[in-house]
Design a binder for this molecule. Structure first.
Ligand code: DGL
Length: 273
């Protein structure tokens, strides 16, 4: 049975990925799930993030998705491998779950001239060291500096991304990145929420630093995946529809989501268990 491509994030951040995927691949149907009621995930333990992510994946499978993108670095870092290796074979080996870290790392090598790259992300992603570990495998010559920004997601989830509180915390963590390695010329936004703070991050970082959101990288990687896997491509329905699910109150979700996606949003409230 054909079904929509599932896009999962703890909250609104995955909408920055959905935007780019939908822009590049507009013909497919997409089902977005934001676990807004339990966001942020970034400071939660491995076990909790894994449980929540698995619940979301199962839900999206039940709604007909054959392919699910974890548009969340924290979930990709903490849950993707276990889901792919331990859960998927028992649930349905013909379905697929993909993450956002590998497509971003694959692009890192081509982006930096100095060979010094900063990664900003949630405490969960940083503690996993997924970016350093994966980069070392593909580009051992690159030096990665990972900085956790625990306040950025809460600011965004609480609609404070454009307020003065955001200025303070954006400057604080950007300063830390450059103090830790002044040779950095590329900063990867290793959390799908962070593009919402792009203008402030741009203003806080030195001009020489190229700031890289993940959306385009993930979209291009998905296009490539679908081309290389025609059996999965054929299972993705093509009606050009976008549908939204949230675990939070829908009017709050619709209002904020529209700011990110510039598209009318009429979400359905669901419960994950
Ligand atoms: N947007 C998510 C990420 O890319 C996580 C945000 C959170 O819930 O802490 O890591």
């Amino acid at each position: 049975m054909r079904g929509p491509i599932g896009i999962f994030d703890s909250g609104y951040g995955g909408l920055t990925i959905l935007n780019e995927i939908h822009h590049l691949l507009p013909d497919y149907d997409y089902l977005y799930l934001g676990d807004n009621a339990r966001a942020p995930y970034g400071s939660r333990s491995f076990e909790v993030i894994y449980d929540f992510t698995l619940q979301a994946v199962r839900f999206l499978f039940e709604r007909g998705c054959n392919l699910v993108i974890l548009a969340c670095n924290t979930a990709s870092a903490k849950a993707l491998r276990s889901i792919q290796q331990c859960d998927l074979p028992g649930i349905d080996p013909s379905r697929r779950v993909l993450g956002v870290i590998i497509p971003s790392v694959e692009a890192i090598g081509k982006l930096s001239e100095s060979g010094h790259v900063g990664v900003v992300a949630t405490p969960g992603t940083i503690k996993s060291h997924s970016y350093s570990i994966e980069t070392k495998k593909l580009f051992p010559e690159i030096t990665i500096t990972e900085v956790a920004c625990p306040m950025w997601v809460p600011l965004i989830e609480n609609n404070e991304a454009h307020g003065p509180g955001a200025d303070y915390f954006v400057e604080k963590y950007c300063r830390e990145v450059m103090q830790r390695d002044p040779e950095i010329d590329t900063l990867l936004l290793g959390c799908t929420h962070y593009p919402i703070l792009y203008d402030k991050i741009r203003a806080a970082m030195p001009e020489k630093v190229n700031i890289i959101p993940q959306g385009k990288l993930v979209a291009e990687s998905l296009a490539d995946y679908l081309q290389r896997h025609p059996e999965m491509e054929q299972k993705c329905s093509k009606g050009g529809q976008l549908k939204f699910l949230t675990t939070e109150n829908t009017s709050k979700f619709n209002q904020l989501a529209e700011l990110f996606i510039h598209h009318p949003v009429n979400a359905e409230r669901i419960q994950l268990i």
